[in-house]
Structure formats: structure tokens, C-alpha cells
Design a protein around this ligand. Structure first.
Ligand SMILES: [Zn+2]
Length: 292
């Protein structure tokens, strides 16, 4: 038995593959350890992303004629003022990814609002039509969803309670949710830095391709969505960047995989009347003795 493909997908397509790139750069270290600013190894390790990883990945996407979705923290955009222009010029999407990359659940609502609005202003000032969002560490708070509704975002890609696109309705505003998952993130596979410890993994690219390919093949049976999440400071390394090409080549060879940036999948999701619509599913604390 196979599942029915999401009605958001074009006719004949059994699964969708989206290639997304979170250009965290130095924020990935600075938010864990601000004094890491003085560690030239750690700073250059992260700077590899915008300096080498993004151009390399964009070259592969151009060769393969595929559009990607790049989530850029406001801080990264201010540090590398040509970065967003180069991504937009190549025809890719740019989305909101916080300002300083702090996880929203660790921030008070007014702090989160300041961070969110500063990132929005930075991206807009650099010419981005900001319609897409991914929370730092994917860790949206329930308050994040309110901000997305307030600013009329078209889609989010942070929540994990499905592996198909759905419509998230917050305070009357409809947006698409395009769920990611840790198993489809490169950080768990390649994240390594002695100090601060942002991970301790250096896995072969062949293993990562196998992990993601097997999920895509399973989703061709289930009819769902594969959101590949990569960080150019990790997946921009040569053998790892080839996984981008391998995933595209595999998806194309299947003949039934819709390769699209998140914005296109969001548009199709919002336009289709049969896509399930949900409201934020906040657990009821009165069910048990948990105290916030
Ligand atoms: Zn990130």
C-alpha cells in the first residue's frame, strides 16, 4: 500500500524535495559563546559558509537548474552585505532566520519581538520580499507563530508534527507549514568544533546521501515532503556539496519527485482546498503537574 500524495503536489508527483540552506555563519558560534569572537579558528570555520560554501552550492544549483531557499540571520546579512544580493541575483529565495540566532523559547516575548523585527528590517533593506521563516534551531516559540501572523508571513519551516505540507492558521492568518526534521539536517552529521562544542560528528558524505535518499524514496511511497536542511559552513565542503547534486540527480531519475523551493510549495499548499488546516497545538498544562 502507498499513501496518497499531498494534493499540493503537481499531478504525477509522488513526493516533493526542497533544498534549504541556513546561512548561520558566525552566529552559530557567537550565540553559544560570545567570547568565541576572539577565536580566529572558530570564526573562520563559520565564515567558510558565506565565503566559499554559498558560492559553491549556488554554482551546483545553477548547473542543475534548481532553485533553493536560503535562510539568513539578520546579523549575517549585515556582516556580509553582498551575500543576499548574490543569492537573489541567482534566482533563489531568501527567508527570515532570526537576527542573532538565539532560540526563541529562551527569550522573553519583547526580546524576541526586537530580534524578529530587526532581522525583518535588515532583510527588507537588502531587497528581500520576506514571506518565509525558519526559527533559529527550528525552535519557534508559540509567540513566534503570533509574530508570523502579525507580519503576514506566507510560510514557516520549523514545526515537526507532520511530514507533509499543511496550513497553519494563527489568529485568523493562514500560512503554510513545511515541516523539517533533525534527520534531514546536516548539522547532526557534520557539526564539529572543539570549542564551543557545536557538535562532535564528521560523517562521510556517502552516509548522508544514503540517509536522505532513503527518506526521499520512502516519501515517494507515503506522498510527503523532504525538506533537506544544510548549512553552507558544513555542506559547502567539497565532498558534502556533491550530496546536493546527488540528491537532485536521484530525484530527477525517479521521475515522480517535485523539486521546488519552499515558497513554491507554500503557494501550492495555500491554494489547495483539500490541505488540512490546523491551529497551534499547544499542550494543556492542566493535564498534569508540569509547571512552566
Ligand atoms: Zn540556523
Amino acid at each position: 500500500m502507498t499513501g496518497i500524495p499531498s494534493p499540493a503536489f503537481p499531478a504525477g508527483m509522488r513526493a516533493a524535495l526542497s533544498l534549504t540552506f541556513d546561512v548561520d555563519a558566525e552566529t552559530g558560534v557567537l550565540m553559544v559563546k560570545p567570547s568565541g569572537w576572539n577565536d580566529a579558528m572558530a570564526m573562520t570555520h563559520q565564515a567558510f559558509g558565506p565565503k566559499v560554501g554559498v558560492p559553491r552550492i549556488m554554482r551546483i544549483l545553477a548547473e542543475e537548474r534548481v532553485r533553493g531557499t536560503f535562510f539568513v540571520p539578520g546579523w549575517t546579512a549585515r556582516r556580509y552585505p553582498q551575500l543576499i544580493a548574490s543569492i537573489l541575483e541567482a534566482g533563489h529565495e531568501v527567508g527570515h532566520h532570526s537576527d542573532l540566532h538565539y532560540p526563541p523559547p529562551t527569550m522573553a516575548p519583547d526580546e524576541e519581538r526586537r530580534d524578529f523585527e530587526r532581522a525583518l528590517e535588515t532583510l527588507q533593506a537588502q531587497g528581500v520580499d520576506v514571506v518565509g521563516h525558519r526559527a533559529a534551531w527550528w525552535q519557534a516559540s508559540w509567540h513566534t507563530l503570533d509574530l508570523l501572523a502579525e507580519y503576514r508571513f506566507q510560510y514557516d519551516s520549523s514545526l515537526m508534527d507532520d511530514d507533509r505540507p499543511y496550513v497553519l492558521k494563527v489568529k485568523g492568518h493562514r500560512m503554510a507549514e513545511l515541516p523539517p526534521h533533525w534527520s534531514l539536517d546536516d548539522w547532526e552529521q557534520y557539526g564539529f568544533l572543539p570549542d564551543p562544542n557545536i557538535g562532535a560528528s564528521i560523517e562521510p558524505a556517502s552516509k548522508v546521501f544514503e540517509l536522505w535518499r532513503s527518506e526521499l524514496d520512502a516519501q515517494r511511497k507515503e506522498g510527503g515532503l523532504v525538506v533537506g536542511t544544510m548549512h553552507p559552513f558544513l555542506s559547502g565542503r567539497a565532498s558534502r556539496a556533491e550530496v546536493v547534486r546527488q540528491m537532485i540527480d536521484h530525484a530527477r531519475a525517479c521521475g515522480d519527485v517535485w523539486i521546488a523551493p519552499l515558497g513554491e510549495i507554500a503557494t501550492a499548499t495555500l491554494a489547495h482546498p483539500d490541505i488540512p488546516e490546523r491551529e497551534p497545538d499547544i499542550p494543556d498544562l492542566t493535564l498534569g503537574p508540569y509547571l512552566p
